[in-house]
Ligand binder design. Structure first.
Ligand SMILES: [Zn+2]
Length: 52
Protein backbone atom coordinates (compact mmCIF):
# COMPACT_ATOMS: atom_id res chain seq x y z
CA UNK A 1 0.00 0.00 0.00
CA UNK A 2 1.33 3.41 -0.94
CA UNK A 3 1.14 5.77 2.00
CA UNK A 4 2.97 8.80 0.67
CA UNK A 5 1.00 11.42 -1.21
CA UNK A 6 1.77 12.23 -4.82
CA UNK A 7 3.92 15.33 -5.24
CA UNK A 8 2.66 18.40 -7.09
CA UNK A 9 5.28 17.80 -9.72
CA UNK A 10 4.06 14.25 -10.33
CA UNK A 11 0.41 15.35 -10.45
CA UNK A 12 1.25 18.07 -12.94
CA UNK A 13 3.11 15.61 -15.17
CA UNK A 14 0.34 13.03 -14.78
CA UNK A 15 -2.29 15.56 -15.87
CA UNK A 16 -0.26 16.20 -19.03
CA UNK A 17 0.27 12.50 -19.68
CA UNK A 18 3.99 13.08 -19.29
CA UNK A 19 4.53 10.65 -16.44
CA UNK A 20 6.45 7.45 -17.15
CA UNK A 21 6.43 3.97 -15.64
CA UNK A 22 6.88 2.88 -12.94
CA UNK A 23 5.91 6.23 -11.39
CA UNK A 24 2.80 6.38 -13.57
CA UNK A 25 1.49 3.12 -12.15
CA UNK A 26 2.23 4.24 -8.60
CA UNK A 27 0.41 7.55 -9.07
CA UNK A 28 -2.62 5.88 -10.66
CA UNK A 29 -2.73 3.37 -7.83
CA UNK A 30 -2.57 6.13 -5.25
CA UNK A 31 -5.26 8.23 -6.93
CA UNK A 32 -7.64 5.27 -6.68
CA UNK A 33 -7.40 5.27 -2.91
CA UNK A 34 -6.68 8.91 -2.07
CA UNK A 35 -9.41 11.53 -2.31
CA UNK A 36 -7.02 14.33 -1.41
CA UNK A 37 -4.73 13.71 -4.35
CA UNK A 38 -7.70 13.27 -6.71
CA UNK A 39 -8.88 16.74 -5.73
CA UNK A 40 -5.41 18.18 -6.20
CA UNK A 41 -5.27 16.55 -9.61
CA UNK A 42 -8.52 18.21 -10.73
CA UNK A 43 -6.86 21.58 -10.14
CA UNK A 44 -4.14 20.68 -12.62
CA UNK A 45 -6.71 19.30 -15.04
CA UNK A 46 -8.65 22.57 -14.87
CA UNK A 47 -5.51 24.57 -15.49
CA UNK A 48 -4.55 22.66 -18.60
CA UNK A 49 -8.19 22.42 -19.74
CA UNK A 50 -8.35 26.21 -19.99
CA UNK A 51 -5.61 26.11 -22.59
CA UNK A 52 -7.77 23.97 -24.81
ZN1 LIG B 1 -2.70 11.21 -1.63
Amino acid sequence: MISEHVTDECLEQYSRGALEEPTLAEVEEHLLICEQCCERLTKFDDTWGLNG
